[in-house]
Design a protein around this ligand. Sequence first.
Ligand code: GLY
Length: 595
Amino acid sequence: MTVLRHSLLFLSLLGHTLLPYAAPAPQASAPATPAPTSSVQLETPEPIIDYRERFIPVVARHGMVVGPEQLAAEVGAQMLRQGGNAIDAAVATGFALAVTYPRAGNLAGGGFMLIHLAGDNRQTLIDYRESAPAAASRDMFLNAEGELDQQREYFSLQSAGVPGTVAGLLYALDKYGSLSREQVLAPAIALAKEGFPVSFALSFEIDASAKRLRQNPAAERLFFKPDGSVYAIGDTWRQPDLAWTLSQISDSGADGFYRGEVAQRITVEMEAGGGLITAADLADYRVVERQPVRGTYRGFEVVSTPPPSSGGVHILQILNVLEGYDLQAMGHNSADYLHHLTESMKLAYADRSLYLADPDFVDVPVMQLIDKGYASRQRARIDSKQATPAVEIAPGRPLGPESTETTHYSVADRFGNVVSNTYTLNFSFGSNIAVPGTGMLLNNEMADFAANPGSANAFGLVQGEANKIEPGKRPLSSMSPTIVLQDGKPWLATGSPGGSVIITTVLQMVLNAMEFDMNVATAAAEPRIHHQWMPDVLRMEEGFSPDTIHLLKAMGQPVDIANRTTGRTNSIMIEDGWLYGATDARRPGGWVAGY
Ligand code: GLY
């Protein structure tokens, strides 16, 4: 979206004045305290809303948090109003989501936080991905017959990697935040202790996972009423054990989680139930601050997540291939466009299976993979008229079940800092196992390793030896918090949950914005496709025309109209000092908190 173009069109074609904007946008709540003076120089007096577009973003001026749940997004916005920066808000939102969005918000999971630091005009990436316990081993999930024991891989205490979230959020706060630990944790503690009204989305999510949650007594106590029923909309849900855990962190910092009584409760549970995480694993957990991966696309700079996530590398790889085509001439979501997108996705995911893993254990050829020359050679492999069968690209295995979990939120402050954060327990509610007395669920991130190298993981992704289980190693991720820069300044912050579809979701989000000039709400709303090389299936959301589907099939594309949607972006676009936020309408409960 170029503001000038939009405003001129709006004025000349519609004959209206630009939407006058002084009050918060419809979803945005009123500031608790007077809005601080903006330090961003506003180049235009008013934000640009184009009434010809079917999807309109929420607009704010000073700060914004866009996330999967209302209360946690408002906690972040509250930090911004208190004078905190985007990092403070992101950390407070992360802790609050552990209370209000338990299917993916977490204390005992992990993730990646991409930060744009306005003062230094640079970006940095905080890797707080879980790591394998010291006792983990390559074949730990294989039974005596050499077959994968999926129950143990997905839903046992052995599924859990050493959690990174608490260390990661506190690292970000200590190094780049401005508020105190007590300040950013206070809202989460209050939400857990005093409770909050259960939303439709929360009640629905717990109900949908009730069968598995009830299998673990601690999770059953946590998520259901004393009479065993699901909390209904409007019920108050209190989590005193989680409030206690959060208070330990508030009082003692990372030690309050990794060394004290909380750590002891985790290890007691591990010892009792055959888990591998020890006191030494917890005490040894380390955050890694990394250089993001970066590339260019038609004048934009795309900054994203490096290994141990595959996300940023493959987004850049695919953009490099697509840059060689005239996508606008093909037309957005035309069969021609979708064919080229699909073929580029397949090539990238084939590379994923071979090269991507934890860079502290494996030499990942990042620069070669995101090289424009490599993209030219890959482009030459694409037949513009005919789908290349995936087996001709490389061998593969059938699709496994897919989780749609993980969660993403984006934050922008009035100082020009931007945070794009994706974190997760892996599946919805992780392993569905709670640690007694802590109010928190354990992740099942060990399932992101190649538990049986060469076969498909939980997301149907085929992975090789590079991503085998090793003590201390981080499982390969697809999480892709991304920031796009225009003229060196943050222009779009975005990301998504969805396991293997994260990469293609974020890719289409940034393409819609960069290539097709869509506003952030429209870019999120457009129907999406997904192909991950193996299985050889082109997943299409509803919303494409029958003619397009017919043409794709004629090109040999193995179209599957998916019975589920693809990803869930939470994004902020920044233009001329105005913040435009959009939460993806594909899921209930998302929220834009701005002021
Ligand atoms: N657990 C999903 C991912 O990291 O990609």
